[in-house]
Design a protein. Structure first.
Ligand SMILES: Cc1cc2nc3c(=O)[nH]c(=O)nc-3n(C[C@H](O)[C@H](O)[C@H](O)COP(=O)(O)OP(=O)(O)OC[C@H]3O[C@@H](n4cnc5c(N)ncnc54)[C@H](O)[C@@H]3O)c2cc1C
Ligand code: SF4
Ligand code: SF4
Length: 482
């Protein structure tokens, strides 16, 4: 949607004020949904730019800056007050926010890097964290890396750091202590990094950095690893092979493994466990000394998976929970009504009571599997493939190398939707019913009615509905309980 278009569903203000701390996907989502529910929202961000990791972590060749800017233009046009360059804990305390606002949402993410814990790592300016490299590059600063770079880690930060260093003109090797199968980075990203020329050394871990007299790096000593039994993460544990050392000639080392949240400003006020803020099921923080229960938290600072979609989902959930608190509703009971399938996804339209575009009543708890679809009725249609630049071109710059769909391609992709579980008035049931018991509802009315006086319950309509839009229930079960 064009960000300058007024939001069609913007509610009037409900009189409550929300302060969102952190402008990453968790904060953006909490602000967006809370504003739709009528809260007056301010987002505080310590950096000069908004967007969190989307803006200063994920490189622009993967996520174009104009996409994030358009999102914030949209939020601003909804009346959300954006305050960059404002660090909570420094410019304002958490308590000051609590006094000024009715609700606070914390979405400050994980930005503090964990050290390698090996000799000499603090002695050279060429040992840096992946997030530092990505941050500086995002702000257009020059980073002195030298020609050969070694990246340590196997997650998204490692791959993004490696591909960033490659675009800065370096030769890059990633070392990872497990094998490729255990890498947490997206498979596609690993493949693309390899195509661009990033080298990988699996089953290797850093042991020691050897410096020259001028504090530049002479080499990185690594140890070969082997995989033992699975650890608590479910992946096979890497174990050192005794005495199996080897050297890597490198000029800089980028430590791109686990990051942790910087909770220093919140630790005194909020309960934490394993470097995460403790939250209840509704994402509110348990009441602490002098703290009201209206402080909520989401995204990477709570104990959920560190992905954009989980961060966005937590912001939505917190906004709904705040609204329930505001109007005295029981969140658990509300959740029961709006959860999709077995959860954890929740429907904002169901909470808001928005009417579905499709006139057929939808049961959010009912999510179809592919086994319910009668594929014989559908033509095979391959995914529309995005256009990807060749590797030589794409590693020359930070420009996006993967095109998004143009309107025509987006239309073609949308046509692949099978409308699972939603009637499209294809008439198949009407044609197949041997007893003419499927009746068209009539002009200007959507759908069909079943003539139960004639229907013998043979189930042909149910079996032949291509998209499983018909439910058959036992006659003895009252409709409400079915
Ligand atoms: C390099 C990298 C690549 C990734 N790639 C992917 C990917 O491809 N797909 C995916 O799903 N996930 C990816 N992730 C994970 C994903 O980006 C995070 O899970 C997500 O951004 C978390 O969102 P958040 O809102 O909790 O925090 P963040 O995005 O970290 O945003 C937090 C914001 O809070 C601000 N802040 C912190 N402290 C304060 C304070 N005291 N006062 C005011 N503001 C403050 C920070 O400056 C920051 O802007 C990646 C992560 C990294 C690091
Ligand atoms: S067969 Fe299914 S989708 Fe087609 S009209 Fe009947 S109920 Fe609707
Ligand atoms: S169950 Fe059989 S008789 Fe009844 S509407 Fe469906 S196809 Fe017709």
């Amino acid at each position: 949607m064009d960000p300058s278009t007024p939001h069609p569903d913007l509610a009037g203000l409900n009189g409550k004020r929300l302060a969102v701390v952190g402008s990453g996907p968790a904060g953006m989502s909490a602000a967006y949904f809370a504003r739709l529910l009528g809260f007056s929202v301010t987002i505080y961000e310590k950096l000069p730019v908004m967007g969190g990791i989307l803006r200063v972590g994920i490189p622009s060749y993967r996520l174009p800056r104009k996409v994030i800017e358009a999102e914030f233009e949209g939020l601003s046009n909804m009346g959300i007050d954006l305050r960059p360059n404002t660090e909570i804990g420094k410019n304002f305390s958490l308590n000051a926010l609590r006094n000024e606002y009715d609700y606070v949402f914390l979405g400050t993410g994980v930005h503090a890097s964990i050290k390698l814990g090996i000799p000499q790592e603090d002695q050279s300016h060429r040992v840096i964290s992946g997030l530092t490299l990505l941050n500086k590059t995002a702000f257009g600063e020059t980073v002195d890396l030298g020609k050969r770079v070694t990246v340590i880690g196997g997650g998204n930060t490692a791959i993004d750091s490696a591909r960033t260093a490659l675009r800065l003109g370096c030769e890059v090797t990633i070392i990872y202590r497990r094998s490729q199968c255990e890498m947490p980075a997206h498979f596609e990203e690993v493949q693309e990094a390899r195509e661009e020329g990033v080298q990988f050394r699996f089953l290797a871990a850093p042991q020691k950095i050897v410096l020259d007299t001028d504090q530049t790096i002479k080499k990185l000593v690594c140890c070969r690893m082997e995989l033992g039994p699975a650890d608590e993460s479910g992946r096979r544990r890497p174990i050192k092979k005794e005495g199996a050392f080897f050297d890597i000639k490198t000029y800089s080392i980028i430590c791109a493994f686990v990051e942790k949240p910087d909770l220093v400003f919140f630790k005194a006020a909020l309960k934490t466990k394993n470097d995460c803020i403790v939250v209840k099921d509704n994402l509110s923080t348990p009441p602490q000394k002098g703290l009201q229960p209206q402080v909520f938290a989401g995204g990477d600072i709570i104990d959920i998976a560190h992905t954009v979609v989980h961060a966005v989902a937590s912001g939505k959930k917190a906004a709904i929970a705040m609204d329930c608190h505001r109007n005295g509703a029981n969140f658990d009971e509300v959740l029961e009504k709006i959860v999709i399938g077995d959860g954890p996804a929740i429907s904002f339209s169901a909470y808001h009571g928005w009417k579905s575009v499709n006139p057929v009543t939808q049961n959010h708890r009912w999510v179809l599997g592919s086994e319910n679809i009668v594929f014989d009725y559908f033509k095979k249609a391959s995914r529309v493939q995005p256009v990807i630049q060749d590797t030589d071109t794409r590693k020359q710059s930070f420009n996006p190398y993967r095109n998004t769909f143009d309107p025509e391609a987006a239309g073609r992709e949308a046509l692949r939707c099978m409308h699972c579980g939603r009637c499209t008035e294809c008439d198949n049931c009407l044609i197949f019913c041997p007893d003419m018991s499927v009746l068209v509802k009539g002009r200007n009315r959507f759908g069909y009615a079943i003539d139960y006086d004639y229907c013998k319950g043979c189930g042909i309509c149910f079996t032949e509905c291509p998209r499983h839009a018909i439910t058959m229930i036992d006659e003895d079960i009252p409709l409400k309980e079915a």
